[in-house]
Design a protein. Structure first.
Lengths: 491, 511
């Protein structure tokens, strides 16, 4: 029996992960020692770890490296994604600090769970092996099952957790089976290994296994990114979950799912673009249409944002799949990263405003609650308006540049028709985003709402709104960042 | 840099925004200061825009006062602004109309005055930006940005049906412009494929198309033409894309209507000249007869519907559909007379229809109705108002000696001489002129002539000196253009001549 070889481990690659996971452990302890009703301190500590992890990544820019036998990498692509996830988590923590006690669900493990989920997301961004990707996805999912049900004993929250658990179990099943088939066909679980194997040609039988495996893996991730037709769970789960959790899911899970999907499609299955390119393009089109058309009919703002997030998954997917085409390889990835950042900031901002308006013990997020917001809380109204314009893709906001980026990528990839679908659905989407603006600015208040004006929440809203407008007026730093992030993803 | 060595155009462009920012620091309830600050910045923008005319080299066909700074270098996007003969007067129209409308709000805006001023100033920057941007991307950003303040102006300060009007306005124009975005992307990528350098510079794109560096397949060219045309046709608005306009005009507050009719609709006409004609001359020639038919239908349809209105504001709104039909007709005559007539008519329409909206707004402030049946004999009680209103009506009708006549005449001359259109188009357009006289004079007769039948009108006092001043300010250019149109024609001629020549040569080379 040969000796077990222990590979040399480069801790730098997993430094950010270590900080986050270590932080989560510390938070569990801190929770024990912080008194009842004083859990905010746990949140502040969590924030500290998130900022620390973000800073820890800086020295690794432009110094791609991998470890654990190539199962984990830290290239610019992963680093940029990590930063996006860290930023999203930081804003999520800020908007949770006051929400939890106001809703009477303040428990210290919330922040620990959030960091575990964040670690899972970062694993998905850094993983270059199917096993690591699965690990990351499960870590993310399991923590989110708990977080979705965090508003216990509110029934809708329990329902959300249950639904998410069942659907998530399905998705995991697809994913594992797909991984098994891929492994069976290629004899390796490493993404680069799969690519090599495909490059050198497979036996005819193995091709069938490989394709079936790839399809199942894509379906598994398709659930996480709420790609049609695997999107059905999204509105119910978002509606039932505590609002900060819904916000986190709408940007975090989605982003992480896309990160892993992008690496899988482009690194491992890049040579099979001819097969999956068109299928995913059609699914992206369907996703955009279903998400945006269904959102039109919603009167519950939380559900509307859920459907709109389905629509945005379609746009992001447009960027990812365009990158499969050699003509748009770089621009597709850039578009994906840019869009993800813009969308994350915008959606978190929108959910944050929703949180400010949420009254204790109420489970309704009616459009009417926005009526006359401009006259009562101009700051919230302007922030929300910026987010709505950004989601709709109206300049000068970050969302507009994101749309422009992915449309350009799709066009370059030869998918003009997809860009046309994107444009038409954007026009449809403008309708329901505008409806919120109409409520806020053009209607008189329907009922008395006393918005929360907690300082942390305001910082969260302000940060998101500021990002939306600043990156809208001066997108160059972000463009430079994402342009630097494609190099590592060479095929 | 430019001939002045000074970023004059940027100053014109951004002064209103500066004013909007300054207004944020004025307390909400000190209306007086808000008035002063907003007006001061608008007047400053007007003041610095005047040198654009005086320093303008009227013999040059090129772009002047150019400024260019890289914005997103890797994509070839730059902050690239300048003006030529086509945009000069449109910029001046904007800076001239904005202070007038700001003053008009002193009497007519009663809630949230500060926000109204802020939005007006932001809108001014957006509109000027559209006229001066020489980078396709920058242009699109300004173009889309104008939607936001205008929709809010209609939706917050409009009358009863305002929300519907605002939503319809926003969605119509947004839907049109997203297709233009697609066209922009396609053009950009085609050019990059052909030349290898990414650029959104309009002049470079035009040159590449004109000299054959960038060859566009005719079918693709027509699709691109259509994507731009849709956005502009909705904005103009050309029949049958006009349905948002009457609603928006009727529901908007007076100042909003004045700016909407005065400048915002001109963005569409300007876009047609700058992009549809200059970027896609071949497709423009191909589509010209069809568009000419739409324009003539618009002229007649707008006129007939105007005739049927009982509400004065709606009447003026529909008359815009008719008048802008002339503008489109002139543009797609594809010759020098037609295009310069169209530009002049855009200015004319801005002045006279803007004035008519003010006229309607004045009486609405006093009586809170715009139904013509509620009036009659107003001239007897409000002689100054009646006289000025008559002048504005005559200007809109196209009385010789006033501005409207010159514009319409030049356009019809252009259409007659055009090989794309021809005499038949002119014949129908003339009917439109006659109808314009009918509906506008009918309005004037019903409201101003005869005896005072409604006792509520008997006690009205004449309009205030401030209101008189605003109308007189508008009357001055109306008369000046009518008497000496060459003042406006001269600086725009070289640029228009070049556009016309380009069209002729490209079309000729294709045949």
């Amino acid at each position: 029996m040969p000796d077990i070889q222990i590979p040399s481990i480069d801790l730098g690659v997993s430094l950010q992960l270590l900080i986050i996971f270590g932080g989560a452990m510390v938070l569990l302890l801190a929770d024990l020692f912080s008194g009842e009703g004083n859990k905010r301190i746990v949140g502040y500590i969590a924030l500290l770890f998130v900022v620390g992890a973000a800073a820890a990544g800086v020295p690794y820019w432009d110094a791609p490296r991998s470890t654990f036998n190539g199962m984990l990498v830290l290239d610019n692509f992963a680093l940029t994604l990590n930063w996006i996830f860290l930023l999203s988590t930081a804003i999520t923590i800020l908007i949770s600090l006051e929400y939890l006690p106001r809703q009477g669900i303040e428990r210290g493990e919330y922040y620990a769970l959030l960091l575990f989920a964040l670690g899972g997301m970062m694993l998905l961004a850094q993983g270059t092996d199917l096993i690591v990707l699965f690990l990351g996805l499960e870590l993310l999912s399991i923590t989110l099952y708990v977080l979705a049900g965090f508003a216990y004993p509110r029934l809708s929250s329990e329902e959300a957790a249950m639904k998410y658990l069942l659907i998530g179990a399905f998705a995991a099943g697809f994913l594992v089976f797909g991984i098994a088939l891929l492994y069976g066909a290629t004899g390796t679980s490493s993404l680069a290994g799969i690519a090599n194997k495909l490059g050198s040609g497979l036996a005819a039988d193995d091709v069938a296994f490989m394709l079936a495996g790839a399809a199942l893996v894509i379906i598994g991730f398709g659930y996480k990114i709420s790609m049609a037709p695997f999107h059905m769970w999204t509105p119910d789960v978002y509606e039932g979950s505590p609002t900060p959790v819904a916000a986190f899911m709408s940007v975090g899970t989605k982003g992480a799912g896309f990160a892993a999907l992008a690496r899988l499609l482009l690194v491992a299955l890049g040579s099979q673009y001819a097969t999956w390119g068109l299928i995913l393009a059609i699914l992206a089109a369907v996703t955009m249409v279903i998400g945006n058309v269904s959102a039109v009919a919603q009167t519950n703002v939380k559900r509307m944002l859920a459907y709109s997030s389905i629509g945005h998954a379609g746009y992001i997917l447009m960027g990812v799949l365009s990158a499969g085409s050699p003509a748009a390889a770089n621009r597709g990835i850039e578009g994906f990263l840019f869009y993800l950042l813009a969308y994350s900031l915008t959606n978190l901002g929108a959910f944050a405003v929703l949180i400010a308006l949420e009254q204790r013990g109420e489970a309704a997020w009616s459009l009417d609650d926005f009526a006359g917001l401009w006259h009562r809380q101009p700051f919230l109204a302007i922030a929300m308006a910026l987010c709505m314009f950004s989601l709709a893709g109206v300049p000068p906001t970050a969302g507009f540049w994101g749309k422009f980026y992915v449309f350009t990528a799709a066009w370059e990839a030869g998918l003009q028709w997809l860009a046309v679908v994107g444009v038409i659905t954007s026009a449809i989407a403008a309708f329901f985003y505008l409806r919120i603006i109409v409520q806020m600015f053009m209607r008189d208040p329907v009922r008395e709402i006393s918005p929360s004006l907690d300082r942390n929440l305001m910082i969260g809203v302000g940060l998101a709104a500021l990002g939306v407008i600043v990156f809208g007026i001066s997108p160059t730093p972000v463009i430079d960042l994402v342009q630097g992030s494609v190099l590592a993803l060479s095929r | 840099m430019n001939q002045l060595g000074f970023p004059l155009l940027s100053l014109v462009l951004w002064l209103p925004t500066l004013g909007a920012l300054a207004l944020l620091f004025v307390p909400r309830d000190s209306i007086g200061t808000q008035r002063t600050v907003a007006l001061a910045f608008a007047l400053a923008a007007l003041a610095v825009s005047l040198p654009l005319y005086f320093a303008f080299d009227a013999s040059s066909k090129g772009f002047q006062f150019a400024e260019a700074v890289d914005w997103v270098r890797s994509w070839g996007i730059s902050y690239n602004i300048s003006i030529d003969g086509v945009s000069l007067w449109l910029v001046l129209l904007t800076t001239f109309l904005t202070p007038i409308t700001l003053i008009s709000t002193w009497d007519s805006v009663h809630k949230d005055f500060r926000s109204f001023q802020i939005l007006m100033l932001l809108l001014e920057t957006g509109m000027i930006g559209v006229f001066v941007a020489q980078d396709l991307f920058l242009f699109y950003i300004f173009w889309e940005f104008t939607l936001i303040p205008m929709a809010l102006l209609i939706g917050i300060w409009g009358s009863a049906n305002r929300v519907r009007a605002a939503v319809k306005f926003f969605l119509y124009t947004f839907a049109g412009s997203v297709f233009m975005l697609l066209g922009i992307i396609a053009l950009y990528l085609l050019n990059r494929q052909a030349t290898g350098t990414p650029t959104f510079d309009i002049a470079i794109l035009q040159a590449n198309i004109a000299n054959g560096t960038l060859k566009i397949d005719p079918t693709v060219g027509r699709l691109l033409f259509a994507s731009f045309f849709l956005a502009f046709a909705i904005k103009v608005p050309l029949w049958p894309f006009h349905t948002w306009l009457p609603l928006a005009h009727t529901e908007a507050p007076t100042a909003g209507s004045v700016i909407l009719a005065g400048v915002l609709l001109k963005l569409g006409g300007y876009g047609l000249i700058r992009f549809n004609l200059q970027l896609f001359p071949e497709a423009a020639r191909w589509a010209a007869p069809a568009i000419g038919v739409l324009a003539v239908i618009g002229i007649l349809y707008g006129a007939m519907v105007s005739f049927a209105q009982t509400d004065m504001k709606k009447l003026v709104a529909y008359s815009s559909v008719s008048h802008l039909g002339f503008v489109v007709l002139g543009i797609f005559a594809l010759n020098q007379q037609g295009i310069s007539g169209a530009i002049l008519q855009m200015i004319n329409h801005g002045l006279s229809t803007g004035a008519l909206f003010l006229v309607v707004g004045y009486i609405y402030e006093r009586r809170h109705t715009r139904e013509m049946a509620a009036f009659g004999g107003l001239w007897k009680v409000m002689p100054i108002y009646g006289g000025l209103a008559l002048a504005m009506v005559m200007s809109s009708v196209g009385l010789p000696g006033l501005n409207g006549f010159v514009g319409e005449y030049t356009i019809m001359q252009g259409a007659y001489l055009s090989d794309a259109l021809g005499g038949a188009f002119v014949a129908f357009a003339v009917i439109g002129v006659i109808l314009a006289a009918t509906y506008l004079l009918r309005m004037f007769r019903l409201t101003f002539m005869g005896d005072v039948t409604n006792p509520e009108n008997a006690t009205l006092s004449d309009i205030t000196p401030r209101e008189i001043a605003l109308l007189v300010l508008l009357l001055v250019p109306i008369v000046v253009i009518g008497v000496y149109p060459n003042l406006l024609f001269a600086p725009m001629q070289p640029a228009v001549e070049q556009i016309a020549q380009q069209l002729t040569s490209v079309v000729a080379s294709i045949r």
